[in-house]
Design a protein around this ligand. Sequence first.
Ligand SMILES: Cc1cc2nc3c(=O)[nH]c(=O)nc-3n(C[C@H](O)[C@H](O)[C@H](O)COP(=O)(O)OP(=O)(O)OC[C@H]3O[C@@H](n4cnc5c(N)ncnc54)[C@H](O)[C@@H]3O)c2cc1C
Ligand code: SF4
Ligand code: SF4
Ligand code: SF4
Length: 401
Amino acid sequence: MSETIKKVVEKNLCSGCGTCHGVCPAHAIHMEFSTLGRLLPIIDEAVCLKCGLCLNVCPGIGLSETMSNTFDPQLMGHVESACFAKSTDRNIFDNAQSGGAVTSTLAFLFDQGRIDAALVVGQKQQKAQYRVVTSKQELLDCQSSQYTPVDLNSALPELAKYAHVAVVGLPCHIEGIVKLKELFPERYANLEYLLGLICGGVLAQSCVEVVKRIAQKKVGTIADDFRIYWRLRKYSTYKDAKIAFMDHQGSVKTMDNNIRLSCKGHLTPPRCRLCLDKMNQFCDIAYGDSWGITGGDTKGGGSVIIARTPKGQSLVEELFAKGSLTGRPCLIEEIAKGQHLAEKRQASANAFACHKKEIDTFLEREKGDPEEAITTIAKKVRTRAAWKQFTGKIRKLLKIG
Ligand SMILES: Cc1cc2nc3c(=O)[nH]c(=O)nc-3n(C[C@H](O)[C@H](O)[C@H](O)COP(=O)(O)OP(=O)(O)OC[C@H]3O[C@@H](n4cnc5c(N)ncnc54)[C@H](O)[C@@H]3O)c2cc1C
Ligand code: SF4
Ligand code: SF4
Ligand code: SF4
């Protein structure tokens, strides 16, 4: 009898990636939201075979031995090349979170007939939801970042019928897939392109309710059928991209990005606070915002791209050569600074100690009444965001920072 992922969940090490759910041969696992909205696996003990496979592939408890041997403790990971890039397709660029580099890569792979499916993420009823798409046309609806949890790797059984697949995933999703590919190289050989996002953490699902309540006070009634854009570039500069609520008729209400950032203090799931793989070290190509890149993170915005494997490197070269992307090389040091890797390294060095108070508060709130927790958090977030806005204005006036 082998151990299951039950302990991973009990010890708050689960990121909700869905790998265990996607791989369980007995279909004994389903995913559920916790009180505050972490996405967690639940095992039906009566069905479980105690085969231990779920624990073997779980990225929540750590990396495989091979992965540990290549993990870069400086957190940047192996770099073949790095660049600043924008999609040359106007629709893709305008609809993108950063520079549209991810969607342009997928569109190129579809155009070239190199993939017959892509695993991406969209939104349904304000929840992030994985989607298996089979054409370039479906990609536009799955652009922009979903900052709430998504069990991407639950899609694994659905992917089995495709011969050539590209996966877009956060570091924990990609780690789960790499672990699977190590264990079952033939079964998962169809997962050919691993496109990774840089990740500063998700927010528990209840952040939607928190920002909605604040919005109702600040900008008026929000329709029930709204779609939330966590950072919509359209109505401000790239750096200050706003939270936007769009209803079915396409009418939009926006709110300051400070609100989302202030939510991080209260609704970052414990596992994200302990995460060491912000830069998505195990993918073929990593994509992120162009924070810190000279001329890259101001008005228009753009993507940073880090090619990590020879396969990723040759794909990036093709994307530029065939005109899907435009851009220029950039310095790794600029990326590291823009992503605050030095601070992240310091925090990670003693992650448990650094985040103990926030983790304890999160877990304490999970035990209580969710309505009470959301009301308290909404009040704290609102006050902090207003204070940040005020100090921001003063700093600007005094020309500090
Ligand atoms: C939770 C989260 C945290 C992030 N943190 C950082 C950060 O700290 N620093 C940084 O530089 N960049 C971060 N990013 C990445 C950044 O927000 C952009 O996703 C990235 O730059 C790609 O932009 P793009 O314009 O090329 O992609 P687009 O063309 O807009 O396409 C976005 C792609 O991301 C996929 N996607 C969206 N949400 C998710 C999700 N939750 N899980 C898996 N795939 C998803 C979509 O399916 C789509 O393929 C984060 C993204 C997420 C989702
Ligand atoms: S595989 Fe993913 S979802 Fe399952 S327990 Fe591990 S971290 Fe959680
Ligand atoms: S031990 Fe095996 S059967 Fe049980 S939940 Fe894990 S993978 Fe499924
Ligand atoms: S911070 Fe780490 S654990 Fe959290 S979602 Fe991102 S990759 Fe997963």
